[in-house]
Write a protein that binds this ligand. Structure first.
Ligand code: HAM
Length: 417
């Protein structure tokens, strides 16, 4: 019979890799806390409607990539595994009344997400996101603050060669006129567009700007730019954001091709791109403002802005940047033993050390003394102690410092390091 394998597009994170994951979790939490973001946790699955209304019916995420669940029994709603976190958090702050607390509300999260996409380097069907969301702050300084946080996290992780691309996709006041201009432009090229983009032309022409096909991409190069069609409010929002970023020394380029794949965005959108990953999927962070989403999902008129980073992609970028995270959990003491009585005594010394809050190991697999010493070296024990008949008789043994080779006589049942 064939062995059962993990589902396509999922991953096992083995202990050696978990170290770097924990490091990323620690760094993202520490930097987020400095900006006042508190952690929030929420369900892995939600009502399907949440994503249809929140993320948008015309998006690839909702149309093609959702894992939906049919539950047994009648009268139950249909659910979907979360493809992202923003809609879930908006649902949660409305449901739990956080919208009525003092603003801004600043929340951060570390979640697994599910999207039925074609797996490739940097693209999984179950993947992990670290993200933040800030509610109730309309000022472009909120955008600058969120961008500065993302920039600081990427720097603190030691990722090199990252560029920040920002854009504004306007608001419900200025977007219809821009949509018309785009539609007019792309209609003139309709026959050259790919099938997907021909569909997008009707439903959401903005998404054509995001198409990776070389022909669509070349056509999109000549398309009208959002930044030339912004209303006064959106244009001044963008100007102040740029000033604030300049003041902070955060380097960016204004990139009219950044439009994002989710429907809820208004005004500022951005991506941090890291080409050194070498993969087609080089966006390590994406986000933007979504001033209409809380209201759309039944809450008060409350603005929002945030981002999410793909943790897999961050780790890949860290590795390509030469970042190494050492395993610092090495045993303080390894007690090697010869014979059954010595083995039992070694076991109790290890227990005594652990009771004192220190990491100690003794042999559990019946290795020879020579093999035990080799193993102690392999797991990086700082000190070793050898127990044989002689040591049991006298109650004393030689404690060896593995780094210096220095030996000290100690009382087996009472010594501590
Ligand atoms: P997103 O651009 O769909 O935005 O995803 C954010 C990040 O998650 C991407 O930049 C990428 O690093 C990672 N990611 C997305 N899909 C995959 C995948 N299949 N495999 C591996 N990594 C992936 C959002 O999800 C928004 N909720 C971000 C946001 C928060 N906007 C405002 N607030």
């Amino acid at each position: 019979m064939n062995n059962i394998k993990r589902p396509r597009g999922t991953m096992d994170i083995l202990p050696e890799k978990v170290r770097i994951w924990q490091h990323v979790e620690k760094v993202t939490a520490a930097v987020s806390e400095k900006y006042g973001f508190s952690e929030i946790r929420f369900p892995t699955f939600e009502n399907l409607d949440l994503f249809q209304r929140g993320v948008g019916d015309t998006t690839d995420v909702v149309q093609k990539e959702m894992y939906t669940l049919e539950t047994k029994g009648s009268g139950e709603s249909r659910y979907a595994l979360r493809p992202e976190g923003t809609a879930c958090i908006v649902r949660s702050i409305i449901e739990n009344g956080l919208c009525h607390d003092a603003m801004p509300q600043k929340l951060r999260y570390n979640i697994n997400c599910f999207r039925y996409e074609k797996p490739q380097a940097g693209r999984y069907r179950e993947f992990f996101q670290y993200g933040v969301e800030m509610f109730g702050a309309d000022s472009p300084l909120a955008d600058a603050s969120v961008l500065s946080l993302a920039n600081e996290v990427i720097g603190a992780l030691g990722i090199k060669g990252v560029t920040l691309h920002i854009n504004s996709i306007g608001c419900p006041d200025c977007r219809p006129a821009y949509h018309s201009a785009l539609k007019e432009y792309f209609t003139a090229h309709k026959d050259e567009l790919c099938d997907t983009c021909r569909e997008r032309l009707e439903k959401n022409p903005l998404r054509i700007l995001d198409c990776k096909s070389p022909i669509c991409s070349a056509i999109a190069d000549g398309a009208p730019k959002t930044v030339d069609h912004l209303c006064e409010d959106c244009a001044s929002h963008m100007d102040t954001l740029k000033q604030a970023l300049n003041g902070l020394g955060v380097v960016y380029t204004v990139d009219p091709r950044i439009v994002r794949g989710l429907d809820y965005y208004t005004k500022t959108v951005f991506e941090f791109i890291c080409p050194i990953t070498g993969a087609a999927q080089s966006t390590i962070c994406g986000g933007g403002r979504y001033d209409g989403l809380v209201k759309e999902l039944g809450g008060p008129a409350l603005s929002g802005i945030g981002f999410a980073m793909g943790i897999n992609r961050l780790i890949d970028a860290m590795e390509k940047s030469g970042v190494v995270i050492e395993d610092d959990n090495k045993p303080l003491l390894y007690i090697a033993s010869m014979g059954a009585a010595a083995s039992m005594r070694a076991f109790s010394v290890a227990a005594r050390f652990r009771a004192a809050g220190k990491y100690a190991e003794s042999d559990l697999v019946g290795r020879s003394l020579k093999a035990q010493m080799k193993y102690a070296d392999k797991i990086g024990a700082q000190y070793t102690l050898i127990l044989g008949d002689n040591e049991l008789e006298t109650g004393c043994a030689q404690l060896k410092n593995m780094a210096t080779g220095e030996q000290t006589a100690v009382e087996i049942d009472t010594f501590l390091i």
